[in-house]
Design a protein around this ligand. Structure first.
Ligand SMILES: Cc1cc2nc3c(=O)[nH]c(=O)nc-3n(C[C@H](O)[C@H](O)[C@H](O)COP(=O)(O)OP(=O)(O)OC[C@H]3O[C@@H](n4cnc5c(N)ncnc54)[C@H](O)[C@@H]3O)c2cc1C
Length: 500
């Protein structure tokens, strides 16, 4: 196959763009893949991004208070440490700016095509290439296909009776409409997940009345956010080993939490005590406290970090509503107990379609099988990355590689390293096609399911977005430590693959 440099410069409606690697998605995953390809002097690749800018999660989510919930000294690339993080948990603009800086530093722009949605790809067995379509009639031929489309980018819109008839403005947290004035209005927020607990404190003082509709309360631990003093930024710049040590410290502080999730009673009890104390410290009203106390085990749903959510609920203009919503009317919300509350603006903090794989994408592998059909029984990929029947396809943050306790950027880096090791394996063996053995994938799936048994995600007594809403199977989380995953993905073992 001919290699093509800087393919973005080519005519999109020309016959077919030919690249070695096609990357889909311009978030942490896609960018990491692009950087590592360039480092290995593999510059025949193209990165497609459907949005108008790179950044993924950190471009899309611009709601007030949007920030990471893992400190950025860890929630960033290990090979691109930044001494300049302004605080422990910087906001969206700072993380987006970090990713933009990285694109510039690595001169990635010529390889990126924005506003270009990837539609589908079909494996051509005779030529051993993927034929893909994207954008408006763009055709691409690629030897390798890497999906970095992320798991949390398609908003979940709840099916609530009458929601389409609501007369005022309504929007999802990930598509925040900043043109809507909230000052003095009756604002209803549906959901108390990771996004809602960040934006509720930001808008509570602006709204006339804020109604917060909660289905299940989250466990919340103190965030302990603080600005990083200039002297420390200076030290981090001057002595990079200090920054490394700080990253290590945060890594282990986060990593230890997984023990509680995997079944260690002592760690889970300690974490529960911290979260319970956090609730009791802030909320003295017994009725409100009872409404905010989760009735499932800590970790079963994502544990949230916040210092300002509970205080915001004590404001006189904020009401926590725990009754189920019966109906949304043009200017009000009716709850199951028959109470109707006037509403001017409706904000959905209802999260994302996290358990549905590869939304809006068609991938047709060997024998004409589409990946959603191959996954009809259950979604699975070896190490979350490779799928039997889909040669030369690599998924970043694929099935069962999300985390509930640590930075997923660590998982992304491990996966990209693993993909590179697959490419080196092909190169060393002078082969073009790599496909995971079906028995290897099956054994891995069985191992993951076995390991999930006994974890808090399976037995913690809750329904969470980690689980398939129908089967209850957890297809989202990695059931071990990050360290275990990094070890498992150090290199691609020849025995796991067929090369041709
Ligand atoms: C508000 C919020 C806060 C978060 N905070 C944390 C945190 O603190 N710590 C943590 O570990 N994780 C956090 N996460 C999870 C976060 O999604 C991941 O950390 C990380 O951003 C995933 O990167 P990604 O590149 O895999 O996916 P994304 O960032 O989602 O990027 C995927 C990209 O693919 C593009 N894309 C999708 N489909 C197509 C298509 N068909 N064609 C072309 N492009 C396409 C999307 O537009 C998007 O730009 C958070 C998520 C959210 C929503």
């Amino acid at each position: 196959m001919s290699t093509t440099k800087n393919p973005v410069g080519q005519n999109a409606n020309g016959p077919e763009i030919t690249v070695d690697v096609l990357i889909v998605g311009g978030g942490f995953s896609g960018l990491c893949m692009a950087i590592k390809l360039l480092e290995a002097r593999m510059d025949s690749f193209l990165l497609l991004e459907k949005s108008g800018d790179i950044g993924g999660t950190w471009y899309d989510n611009r709601y007030p208070g949007c920030a990471c919930d893992i400190p950025s000294h860890l929630y960033s690339f290990s090979f691109e440490p930044s001494p300049d993080w302004s605080r422990m948990y910087p906001g969206q603009p700072e993380i987006h700016a970090y990713l933009k800086r990285i694109v510039e530093r690595h001169n990635l722009s010529p390889y990126i095509r924005l506003n270009t949605r990837f539609h589908e790809a079909t494996w051509d067995e005779s030529e051993s290439v993927w034929h893909a379509t994207a954008g408006e009639g763009m055709k691409i031929r690629a030897r390798l296909l890497v999906s970095g489309i992320g798991g949390l980018h398609v908003p979940y819109y709840p099916q609530i009776k009458g929601i389409e008839r609501f007369a005022g403005p309504q929007f999802h947290s990930s598509t925040w409409d900043h043109s809507i004035e909230l000052e003095g209005k009756n604002v209803a927020v549906v959901g108390t997940g990771a996004s809602a607990i960040q934006f509720v404190p930001q808008i509570a003082s602006r709204a006339g009345k804020l109604l917060l509709f909660q289905r299940t309360p989250p466990w919340i631990v103190p965030r302990m956010d603080f600005p990083i003093a200039d002297i420390w930024k200076h030290r981090f710049r001057r002595f990079p080993f200090l920054m490394k040590a700080f990253r290590q410290f945060i890594f282990w502080r986060q990593e230890i939490r997984v023990l509680g999730f995997l079944g260690n009673r002592f760690v889970r009890r300690k974490a529960t005590e911290i979260a319970t104390h956090n609730l009791e410290k802030h909320i003295k009203d017994p009725k409100l406290r009872a409404a905010l106390k989760p009735n499932y085990e800590l970790g079963c749903k994502r544990v949230l970090v916040s210092d300002d959510f509970y205080p915001a609920l004590k404001r006189p203009n904020v009401e926590l509503v725990t009754e189920a919503i019966a109906e949304i009317r043009p200017n009000s919300i009716l709850t199951a107990d028959g109470v109707e509350r006037p509403v001017d603006v409706l904000i959905l903090g209802t999260g994302f379609r996290a358990t549905e794989p590869l939304i809006g994408i068609r991938l047709v592998g060997r024998g004409g099988i589409e990946i959603h059909d191959a996954w009809r029984e259950h979604m699975s990929a070896y190490l979350g990355v490779t799928v039997s029947g889909f040669p030369n396809l690599f998924l970043l943050l694929g099935p069962n590689t999300g985390l509930g306790h640590n930075s997923v950027v660590l998982m992304i880096e491990a996966q990209v390293r693993y993909v590179m090791s697959c490419l080196f394996l092909l190169r060393r063996r002078k082969r073009k096609v790599l496909e995971v053995r079906s028995d290897t994938q099956k054994q891995f799936f069985a191992e993951v399911q076995r390991r999930l048994q006994g974890t808090v995600w399976q037995s913690g007594g809750c329904k969470s977005w980690y689980q398939d809403p129908v089967t209850g199977e957890n297809m989202t989380l990695w059931p071990q430590s990050v360290l275990a995953y990094v070890r498992r993905t150090k290199y691609a073992a020849l025995g796991d693959y067929t090369l041709s």
